[in-house]
Design a protein around this ligand. Structure first.
Ligand code: ATP
Length: 349
């Protein structure tokens, strides 16, 4: 168990910044997820923690120890990759033992440690199988056992579930999270899957173009996104663009939207679909109410998305719960939408 710190870590390839001044402080036992679109620098950051990539600047500390210049095997970090990277010709037990042999663990201790690790992932009964004789989910658990067998200070997971089908992914997610909590293991996971990030993390880091855009709990990011990129990437938002006049945004389509804060210049309002009220009658009691026309209705079972055009340039999505007897609007129908003044207004990017 250990605290993990990144101090202003950067990785440059020529002029290109794959990671730029990434600073993170991950508490002992915390599960942190690095989230962001392809190419944002997640894997680069994880590999700098693991020791496979040397930072151009900055330092990495595990348990208070500066490990920046140490090779991977001296960092005591357990790693799990997307493709498992198991040796095909070795049994499950041999695969798990391999890392111990590399670390010169005394031979007499190896069987006990291997069996303990296999027990953790509930695979003791398959110790003699070869990887190809196992399902994807089982192989992933072997990879996890291999990462845990030497009692790492930190666990690093690089898209560990992306090769699994949807149902299995859900189960393995729960298994990894409960094991991590049980062991109190400081963990960093890379994913571009928002749902995975939201269900597993204690805190999330949203990255873009090599930089950290925001760090926070699921709730922080959803309720108080730092910018329009985070508002778009975490959860869903409709955006209305325009120019600010005091606390009012005048949209491209001529709407005047009352906002919760003042910004100067071009700005964008982000609206969560479940915060947009929709009615066939005029709405009251909200700062922002507009007539509009339904352009699209998307039925998603428990929820229904209604796309509403408010002007030639402006559109919002209202999300309705699918209550019994709820009358759905039709495409082309005139409706009213409304929302309270919102703090989610950001400078245009
Ligand atoms: P993905 O989700 O697609 O794996 P990522 O967020 O993990 O993306 P990284 O693998 O960290 O992204 O890469 C960040 C950026 O750095 C990308 O634009 C990538 O092309 C670039 N990059 C990575 N390795 C190198 C390298 N060895 N030389 C030059 N550029 C690189």
């Amino acid at each position: 168990m250990a605290r993990l710190e990144l101090q202003s870590v950067s990785k440059r390839y020529g002029e290109f910044h794959a990671a730029r001044e990434v600073s993170l402080d991950i508490a002992d036992g915390e599960f942190l997820v690095l989230l962001g679109p392809s190419g944002c620098g997640k894997t680069t950051t994880l590999r700098m923690i693991a020791g496979f990539i040397d930072p151009t600047e900055g330092s990495v500390h595990i348990g208070g120890r500066d490990v920046t210049r140490l090779p991977p095997w001296k960092r005591n970090a357990g790693l799990v990759f997307q493709n498992y990277a198991l040796f095909p010709h070795m049994s499950v037990a041999q695969n798990v033992a391999f890392g111990l042999e590399m670390r010169s663990t005394p031979k007499s201790e190896i069987p006990g440690l291997v069996s303990e690790a296999l027990q953790l992932v509930q695979l003791e009964h398959l110790a003699d199988r070869l990887p190809r004789q196992m399902s994807g989910g089982q192989q992933q658990r072997v990879a996890l056992a291999r990462a845990l067998v030497f009692h790492p200070d930190v666990l690093l997971l690089d898209e560990p579930l992306s090769n699994l089908d949807a149902k299995l992914r859900h189960d393995v997610r729960v298994e990894i999270r409960s094991l991590q909590q049980r062991l109190g293991l400081t963990t960093v996971m890379v994913t571009h899957d928002q749902e995975e990030a939201l269900t597993m993390a204690d805190r999330l880091v949203v990255m873009k173009d090599g930089q950290v855009r925001q760090v926070g709990s699921q709730r922080d990011l959803y309720e108080h996104p730092a910018d329009s990129f985070v508002a778009d990437f975490v959860g869903r938002s409709s955006f209305i663009r325009g120019r600010m006049h005091g606390t009012t945004l005048k949209s491209a389509g001529g709407l005047e939207i009352v906002c919760g804060r003042e910004i100067v210049g071009d700005a964008v309002v982000a609206l969560r679909p479940e915060r947009v009220h929709l009615s066939k009658q005029p709405l009251q009691g909200m700062e922002n109410v507009f007539p509009g026309q339904v352009t699209f209705v998307s039925y998603m079972g428990s929820l229904i998305d209604v796309h509403v055009k408010l002007s030639e340039a402006d559109q919002v999505i209202a999300q309705l719960p699918n209550h019994e007897g709820h009358e759905l609007p039709d495409v082309g129908e005139a409706v009213h939408v409304g929302w309270s003044s919102t703090a989610s207004v950001f400078p245009a990017q």
